[in-house]
Design a protein around this ligand. Structure first.
Ligand code: G1P
Length: 300
């Protein structure tokens, strides 16, 4: 099945980052680094590698740092040029290259009314075509095929709204949107219901929707209703749920390493893991970790 291509991606980045206070008091959580790169840059790189041409960042107050990050800094370039630091200039050139490959538009979500509301804020820029949504907190790395590309490919074959799903431990289901599946084929599940943050007892499965979506325009019509759900917020999951039955919705069990950077323990775990994978850092960190754990094997 071929419909219009998925060309636009929304990055909801208007959350207040309260789980990370005090560091997020004056700084967006999307700018927190994994090793040395802000989480939002991983998402933008993934979107571009998946064929996205337009990025829409939905920001709240105090998000200037995101705008500056993807903008050129002539002052810094000049400074590095004068000192012959072509190695560092190369890093700036990479960011510049990203913003040359996509148009980035910034929109303001005027009140923090939930993920669904943040996505709805971009409705006029999206128009009547399918679009992607990426949550920068969920960093998913896959050498073979970026996870968003995996979703876009599934959208192309099914014509459906697509969610990235993965099995999570039963005691963690209350942190996620959880799907109920009908039939499944080749890692693609038909979604017959979705529940936002259910209790372990009420969860219809252990398949969680993790931070990547391809949405059909019908989802925006449901968001238009502005109905609050769990936590009295307008939930993206609720709008998707209301399209089930009228429009197809599927979950793709994606390939890739998933890092939940949205909580402090998850964020630290992601940083340690990526740092240990990086040559040059691993050699420094491994002895330190051994030393810290020495004599405390129960902490492992
Ligand atoms: C959001 C979504 C939830 C999804 C999760 C993935 O929740 O509402 O459905 O499973 O992201 O990380 P949040 O983590 O913003 O509370």
């Amino acid at each position: 099945m071929t419909g219009p291509p998925v060309r636009k991606a929304i990055f909801p980045a208007a959350g207040l980052g309260t789980r990370f206070l005090p560091v997020t008091k004056a700084q967006p959580k999307e700018m927190l680094p994994l090793v040395d790169k802000p989480t939002i840059q991983y998402g933008v790189e993934e979107a571009i590698a998946s064929g996205i041409e337009e990025v829409i960042m939905v920001t709240g107050g105090g998000k200037r740092a995101i705008v500056d990050h993807f903008d050129r800094s002539r002052e810094l370039e000049h400074y590095l040029e004068e000192r012959g630091r072509s190695d560092l200039l190369h890093i700036l050139a990479e960011i510049d290259d990203l913003s040359n490959q996509v148009d980035i538009t910034y929109l303001q979500q005027k009140e923090p009314r939930g993920l669904g509301h943040a996505v709805w804020t971009a409705r006029r820029l999206i128009g009547d075509e399918p679009c992607a949504v990426l949550l920068a907190d969920d960093v998913i790395l896959c050498d073979d095929r970026p996870v968003l590309k995996q979703l876009i490919d599934a959208h192309r074959t099914t014509g459906a709204t697509v969610l990235a799903v993965r099995r999570v431990p039963r005691n963690e289901v209350s942190r996620y949107g959880i799907i109920e599946t009908g039939g499944s084929k080749g890692g693609i599940h038909e979604v017959v219901d979705i529940v936002e943050k259910p209790s372990a007892d009420d969860a219809p499965s252990d398949l969680a929707a993790l931070g990547r979506y391809v949405l059909l325009p019908a989802v925006f019509l449901e968001l238009d209703r502005g109905e609050p759900g769990a936590g009295n917020e307008i939930q993206l999951v609720d709008a998707i749920k209301r399209t089930i039955g009228t429009f197809p919705v599927v979950g793709v069990e994606f390939a890739g390493d998933y890092y939940d950077t949205g909580t402090v323990p998850g964020y630290l775990r992601a940083n340690l893991t990526l740092a240990m994978k990086r040559e040059g850092l691993r050699e420094e960190l491994a002895p330190l970790l051994r030393e810290l754990l020495d004599g405390q094997p129960d902490r492992l």
